[in-house]
Design a protein around this ligand. Structure first.
Ligand code: SAH
Ligand code: SF4
Length: 360
């Protein structure tokens, strides 16, 4: 059942129906929603009671309900949300590492979901396992930031679109969310602190290149030849490497920013030295740095991460070729940090629950 009332966060302030009244009410309401992260209309004490009543009858205020938090304050925390439609999504809160003096850093990155499930079906990923359900709306994307700050009390400085879903397949809502995040009345995180990760939708990469926003781009490459990439990423059949890398070159040319090539290392699938040599070539062409991610085991999937020796050798080939490469030892390895895994567990638990109910 689709929700009966529109979600307030899906609309820009100029689209809100506030009835008759002075225009500065829009500014006040935006301030409560985005700056003060108000939890309810009742908190908005400088708005007339009548207006608050009208708003409550016209709009839904809460986009997300917190179901579960996994992880601890010092490490990565994963938040599982229930949407108004009963679907589940997750966001991951990642603290910057401790600074030189051992003080706790106040810099936090939030990893956002953009879809319920994913249609791209990469063979190694938990998000695609249950198929695609629906796109998130702009408000549901932005609400992840506001609700995470409210529930955890931290201030988020950095955003990465690396959660569940393919952000560029939800292009219109993504752009709208980016506007709400960027605007002075909105969340107030600058484009330079935002990274979009894509499995390689070449036409949308070109479209994003035309946007004035200085967003960072991360490409999930995971294979340096069509043969290797197509084996684990079906999207490669639609947009083969030559076309994809050309689109990235255009992005790089327009933005003059350093891109990131993400490369999951999976044992005996893409961890061969020849792949490293070709990966280095792609990275140099795009002036990109490489982020090596040892594969995070997903229950039910057969892939394994390579040995530390193989990972180090792979990284050394890149470095010797003059490419900046980092190995991301997953901070959240122990809490199912790879996207989609917490939701998968919840879906499995729900399924078990309903089969128990059926039997009872
Ligand atoms: N759909 C987009 C963004 C979400 S996935 C994309 O594919 O880029 C974010 C990143 O997590 C991608 O690089 C993806 O390949 C990676 N990832 C997915 N499953 C993983 C796993 N089991 N271990 C490590 N990384 C994984
Ligand atoms: Fe979708 Fe990205 Fe997972 Fe591929 S890696 S299935 S594109 S979320």
């Amino acid at each position: 059942m689709p929700p009966a009332r529109p979600l307030l966060l899906d609309l820009a302030p100029e689209e809100w129906d506030l009835g008759p009244g002075p225009d500065f009410r829009r500014k006040q309401l935006a301030d409560w929603l985005y700056q003060k992260r108000a939890a309810s209309l009742a908190e908005m004490t400088n708005l007339p009671a009548k207006l608050r009543e009208d708003m409550a009858s016209r709009y839904d205020f809460a986009a997300l309900k917190l179901v579960r938090v996994q992880g601890s304050e010092d490490t990565t925390r994963k938040l599982l949300w229930e949407l108004r439609t009963g679907d589940y999504i997750e966001s991951v809160l990642i603290p910057a590492s401790l600074d030189l003096f051992g003080e706790r850093s106040d810099r936090f990155t939030l990893c956002l979901s953009t879809q319920v499930g994913c249609a791209y079906g990469c063979r190694f990923c938990a998000s695609g396992l249950e198929g695609f359900k629906r796109n998130l709306t702009a408000g549901e994307i932005v609400a992840q930031i506001i609700e995470t700050e409210r529930t955890t009390g931290v201030r988020i400085n950095n955003l990465v679109f690396m959660g569940m879903g393919e952000p560029l397949a939800n292009y219109a809502n993504l752009l709208r969310a980016l506007r709400f995040i960027n605007e002075p009345w909105g969340v107030g995180i600058g484009a330079r602190h935002i990274t979009i990760s894509t499995s390689g939708l070449a036409p949308q990469i070109r479209e994003l290149a035309q946007q004035p926003l200085q967003i960072r781009l991360a490409l999930s490459l995971h294979g340096a030849t069509d043969a290797v990439r197509a084996q684990i990423m079906p999207v490669n059949r639609k947009y083969p490497l030559a076309e994809l890398l050309d689109a990235c070159a255009e992005y790089q040319d327009k933005k003059r920013k350093m891109m990131t090539l993400e490369y999951i290392l999976i044992e005996r699938v893409n961890d061969m030295p020849e792949q490293a040599v070709l990966l280095a070539r792609h990275a140099r062409r795009l002036n990109a740095k490489v982020n090596l991610i040892p594969y995070n085991t997903v229950e039910g999937l057969e892939w394994k991460r390579p040995s530390d020796q193989v990972i180090d050798d792979f990284a050394a080939i890149l470095k010797n070729a003059g490419v900046t490469a980092t190995v991301r030892r997953e901070k959240g390895h122990d809490i199912d940090a790879a996207c989609g895994q917490l939701r998968l567990k919840q879906l499995q638990a729900d399924a078990q629950q309903s089969s128990v109910e059926l039997r009872a």
